[in-house]
Design a protein around this ligand. Structure first.
Ligand SMILES: Nc1ncnc2c1ncn2[C@@H]1O[C@H](COP(=O)(O)OP(=O)(O)O)[C@@H](O)[C@H]1O
Ligand SMILES: [Mg+2]
Length: 355
């Protein structure tokens, strides 16, 4: 139609659509891939919103924000929005791909920092490796990597000749790669916005993992751009959500669950960490962060509670020494909890392997 149609309106409209955030997220509806079939007929802007959740309030909410966002735009006098609730498989087409040679990829995540994600991820990884599986662990926490320390890995980064891919280190039978290994101590802070996204995508595609049964991704805390970039870059077989029993942690765990569901990643289950503390040498059990939080939330979310790991000074100590507790203090309370978790996860990922 008019000259304006082929020109500026699209950029301007897209820019305004990028201001419309998906409820509960810092990410906008364009980068979530929800906006389709954008067209201008006369002065009527037409678009389709492809949603993955059948929440009836969502089209209305987003529609209102989109209309408000177009106010003052000369080319657009009205907005016609079609809503499609796509079946999960169709929405998952965000470009996420598997990694060649890797059978299963799982994420260990939480909304909150400090709940024990990295401790769970490292113990899970060495536990799976101990049971004979080929395991990789990828520390995706760009700003606070801890796996090199927790697995006692002092190796630097090697680059594969010819392919220029990064070769992971091997610690306690686990192939380890950490985003932190590629950056100097103070450079992550300089990486922002789109650079972080690009770095993360490249990183995830450039590691020479070889043949793996399981790759465990230790995610940074939160439900922001980095987490979404990760789940939209590699296709995950599922996510484990780590939480502690108290409400402040559960609130964030819920956000993480919502994020994964939004991008159609299955929640394999909840892991409650720091569930209780048993005074050494006694039966005295203290539920320091309250009791039953993980169990209640798992029931609410209709996902299994895969572990209740006690608060155990040995877990902290072994982590600091670079030797996961499961490996070096098998009888410690936390180690027993981690071993149960390893068995549950193995059953879910490889139902044909008998434990
Ligand atoms: N079950 C546990 N018992 C005792 N200390 C723990 C336990 N889980 C984690 N920790 C300690 O708590 C701190 C935070 O754990 P970390 O795994 O780094 O959390 P996150 O990755 O979620 O930020 C670490 O010092 C770790 O050793
Ligand atoms: Mg961590």
């Amino acid at each position: 139609m008019s000259e304006a149609k082929g020109q500026g309106w699209r950029d301007e409209v897209m820019q305004r659509l990028r201001q419309v955030k998906y409820p509960g997220f810092t990410r906008d509806i364009v980068s979530f891939g929800l906006v389709h079939d954008l067209d201008l007929e006369g002065t009527d802007l037409k678009l389709t919103l492809k949603l993955s959740t059948p929440d009836p309030t969502l089209p209305e909410k987003l529609g209102q924000e989109i209309r408000d966002g177009m106010k003052g735009l000369l080319a657009v006098k009205s907005v016609t929005i079609r809503t499609e609730v796509a079946p999960p498989a169709a929405v998952a087409s965000t470009g996420a791909q598997g990694i060649e040679g890797v059978k299963k990829i799982i994420a260990v995540a939480s909304g909150k920092g400090g709940v024990g994600k990295s401790t769970v991820a490292s113990n899970l990884a060495v536990g799976l490796a101990q049971s004979g599986l080929k395991v990789g662990l990828c520390d995706c926490d760009l700003y606070g990597p801890s796996q090199a320390l927790m697995l006692g890995c002092r190796e630097g980064v090697q680059v594969e000749e010819g392919t220029e891919r990064i070769v992971p280190a091997v610690c306690h039978g686990v192939k380890l790669m950490s985003m932190g290994m590629l950056l100097g101590d103070d450079s992550p802070a300089a990486l922002r916005g789109p650079m972080v996204t690009r770095f993360t995508q490249q990183f995830l595609r450039q590691v020479a993992w070889g043949e793996l049964d399981v790759l465990v991704l230790d995610l940074p805390p939160g439900t922001g751009d980095i987490q979404l970039t990760i789940v939209q870059t590699v296709s995950l077989d599922g996510a484990l959500i780590v939480t502690t029993p108290q409400e402040v942690a559960l609130v964030d765990a819920r956000k993480a669950i919502a994020m994964f569901r939004k991008v159609n990643v299955e929640i394999l289950g909840l892991v409650e960490n720091m569930s209780y503390f048993v005074v050494p040498g006694t039966e005295e059990k203290h539920e320091i962060f309250g009791s039953g939080g993980g169990k209640r939330e798992a029931a609410r979310q209709k996902v299994p509670l895969l572990g209740e790991i006690p608060l155990d000074p040995e877990a902290r100590k072994c982590g600091d020494e670079g030797k996961p507790v499961l490996l070096v203090r098998a009888s410690a309370p936390a180690a027993i909890g981690f071993l149960n978790l390893v068995n549950s996860v193995t059953k879910i990922l490889f139902p044909n392997i008998s434990a």
